[in-house]
Ligand binder design. Structure first.
Ligand code: ATP
Length: 237
């Protein structure tokens, strides 16, 4: 099967540091892949390259088999790569539907967007009132808005940065059901997390980044939290 995403020998340098050093990785359609690594390991850099926020110095990115050179996150969204940030990029004083409108490249009326917010909410367990003002929403609801905004572009790859960091345990449960449903429909999910229990529960596979390198790829369900922690910090027996 053609990988949804493949990175081949991706290198990204900043002054004095190689943030990603020949990173090679494949993500299958419908696969849920966790990226684990200590602070500064290069996780955000890798994600930024994939969603078009920065460009690699070397290496090749392929999406559904085609070479990809992304200039911007907007271009990535148009091609089916959507990002859900850890710190939600929502305007507090605007409604849910107005916030969703701001993320769209095509023009849609607020009435049509509201109907779509309700439809996606029901389909994926992301219920949120399209007319509610964002500042009145819980963190879980705000994240639902972000995910709905991402889903409006029909992504084939959804990237999430520490998606559970501000959620209640109940909201985490709901999020995992949504993400599993998306994966079952063929959407590939790539997420950064430091929460080893959640990686074991959610991910089909986990890659470990250390000092810009991918050092290993494991089935997290076959690992303990302790063994994942050792892989992350490079303290294997
Ligand atoms: P964290 O978990 O702390 O977010 P990370 O694994 O996501 O860390 P990156 O943010 O990708 O790591 O950073 C990798 C390295 O590249 C770090 O040493 C960081 O300081 C450096 N770096 C990242 N972005 C830049 C930048 N724009 N300019 C200079 N150095 C950068």
């Amino acid at each position: 099967m053609t990988p949804r995403l493949s990175l081949k020998n991706i290198t990204k340098r900043y002054p004095g540091i190689v943030a990603n050093d020949r990173v090679t990785l494949e993500v299958a359609p419908g696969e849920v892949l966790a990226v684990l690594g200590e602070n500064g390991a290069g996780k955000s850099t890798m994600m930024k390259i994939i969603y078009g926020a920065t460009q690699p110095d070397e290496g090749e990115v392929r999406f559904d088999g085609r070479p990809l050179t992304l200039e911007s996150p907007a271009q990535a969204r148009e091609l089916g790569i959507a990002m859900v940030h850890q710190h939600f990029a929502l305007f507090d004083t605007l409604s849910v539907a107005e916030n969703v409108a701001l993320g769209l490249t095509k023009r849609m009326s607020i009435a049509d967007i509201s109907a779509e917010v309700v439809r996606l909410g029901e389909r994926y367990g992301l219920q949120v009132d399209p007319h509610a003002v964002v500042m009145e929403l819980s963190m879980g609801e705000r994240q639902r808005v972000e995910i709905i905004r991402a889903l409006m572009t029909n992504p084939k790859l959804l990237i999430l940065d520490e998606p559970t960091s501000v959620l209640t345990p109940q909201a985490v449960r709901k999020l995992f059901v949504t993400l599993h449903q998306l994966a079952d429909e063929g959407v590939s999910i790539l997420f950064i997390s430091h929460k080893l229990d959640e990686i074991r529960e959610l991910a089909d596979r986990c890659v470990v980044l250390r000092a810009g390198h991918i050092v290993t790829s494991v089935d997290p369900k076959q690992e303990t939290e302790a063994s994942l922690a050792r892989l992350m910090i490079g303290d294997e027996p």
